[in-house]
Design a protein around this ligand. Structure first.
Ligand code: HEM
Length: 154
């Protein structure tokens, strides 16, 4: 990501933050309309989840100029998503709905340059989370294989 893109995201996030709750809820509404098949993975009331997502996004936005400092956090977040039932193929719909929510919220302040900046940021986070999901997933499989070969049932 370029410095310009980081600055654009920061400026846009400052505008989203005061309406954080509404934006989080609007995101989940969009997500469940676009992908009803993943609704069951989430609790019935997504209000708390919406807050958690917005807090995580705020954290990421604050660290965009030093993502290497938060790679442990992103990896752990990705790994937790194995337990939530998230699959790599779900990330694109999540990313699209996030972008659409920001676009709706920012209205006339939205433009192609800002969209490209958000897509770039989301792609980095998604890549790190999916890699973590795959690594942890395959580590768990290897552990199961190893234990099974010792006659243990896991
Ligand atoms: C950049 C992408 C994503 C971010 C930043 C993100 C962020 C988060 C955060 C902060 C939480 C709160 C729990 C925790 O910290 O462990 C969470 C939970 C969860 N996420 Fe994600 N997530 C992303 C992508 C996805 C995708 C692709 C799915 C696929 C369905 C997903 C499904 C879930 C579910 C099911 C939960 C638990 C919800 C519950 O307890 O009701 N997430 N996510």
């Amino acid at each position: 990501m370029t410095e310009k893109q980081i600055e654009l995201i920061r400026q846009s996030w400052l505008l989203v933050k005061p309406a954080s709750k509404e934006a989080g809820l609007a995101f989940y509404e969009k997500l469940f309309a676009a992908a009803p098949g993943i609704r069951h993975l989430f609790k019935k009331d997504v209000s708390e989840q919406a807050d958690k997502l917005m807090t995580m996004l705020s954290f990421v936005v604050s660290k965009l100029d030093g993502l290497e400092d938060i790679i442990t956090d992103i990896t752990a977040l990705g790994a937790r998503h194995n337990q939530y039932g998230a699959k790599p193929e779900h990330y694109d719909v999540v990313g699209n709905c996030l972008i659409e929510t920001l676009k709706d919220g920012l209205a006339e302040k939205w433009n192609l340059e800002l969209q490209q900046a958000w897509v770039a940021a989301f792609t980095i986070i998604k890549t790190a989370m999916v890699a973590a999901q795959k690594t942890i997933g395959s580590t768990n499989e290897s552990l199961k294989d190893a234990l099974n070969s010792c006659g243990e049932q896991v």
